[in-house]
Each structure stands twice: as C-alpha cells, then as structure tokens.
Design a protein. Sequence first.
Length: 202
Amino acid sequence: MERENANIMDDAADMKRMNRLAALEYMLRHPAFSRSDVIAATGLSAPTIMKICDFFEELGLIRTGDKINTSAFGRKAFAYQLCSDTNMAVGLLLDGEKCRAGLVDMNGRLVCVQQTDGLAGRAALERARLQESVHDLIARAQTQGARVLSIGVALPAIVHGYTVIAAPYLDIAAPESLAETAQWLAETYGAHVGLENDVNAA
C-alpha cells in the first residue's frame, strides 16, 4: 500500500512539473502575457494556470504588470512579465565521476559553468557535495542580487519523480527516494528542485 501511494504521489508530481514546464516555455517566448494567453497556448485549464501563475509569482519568476485588453469587448486582465534580469537556474549533471554545473539566466544565457572531478558513485549525491557544487557556482558567477529559482539535477539513471529506480554509475541498484534530499535543497536555496534522467534533461 505504501509503495502504491508513493507511485501515485510521484505521478502527481510528474504531472505538476509537466504543466509548469509547458507554461514556462510559453512565458519565456513572450515578454508580456495574460493567463488567457497561457491557457490558449498550453490547453491547460484556467484553475491550473491560475495556480501556476500564483506559484511563479510567489517564486519571483514573474510579476504583475499593467492591465491589457484580452477581448473585443474591452475587458482587461492583468499582464504578467518574466523577471529575467534577476533570476537564475542551476543545472547539475552527475555522471558517476564528476559534477558539471551551470548557471543560466531566464533568457537562456549561460552565465557560468564549472566542473568538479572525483565525485565517484553515491558520494556525488551527498547533501554536502550538492550544496558545495551550487555554492561554488554562485560564488564564481559573481551575480549581485541574483536569486536561484530552480535547481535541476540530471543523473545517468532511471528516474520516476524523485525516485531513482536504478543508477549503476552511482552505485544505486534498488529503488531509492531522493525526495528528502530534493526538499532539503529546496529549503536551503528557496528554489524549486527537479530530478531527471540525463538524456531527457539534455
């Protein structure tokens, strides 16, 4: 029963991430937009887009701008704008031997990249190692006032939600949940944390 409940939670988390990604992809291509614009572009429901916009605004990813016309009847809705000047995303690629880290702004510009060697096997997923990788990357980038909104961790593994099903290069042979590690990273940096197979992440 516990395993079944865990699968349901992972599936729900996957769906939520997919919805947020679909909305974000649209937002990155448009300097100003309304909720109606995102609904029309993604096909997601109005309540879902409302929750996503509220979530992104709370994160500081988007901000509310002036009202804009959204219909021929002159009705106006709040426009949103992407806060691309102060927000960053961190990507970590762990391959069982080293950790490659990159810092990207919301326009997709690579701000900084670094590589840490000697991270073999399961040790690469230790919290202290992950924190060191993120901290060193941010310090090296010297981005004043920038905020990390998202941290993506890519692994050479079969991944389902926050569960690693198998990762031979990381010495993980049986399903192992990394939900607590992801939550710890999220709380440490105030960022959304995602876990993905390295091929899919590419």
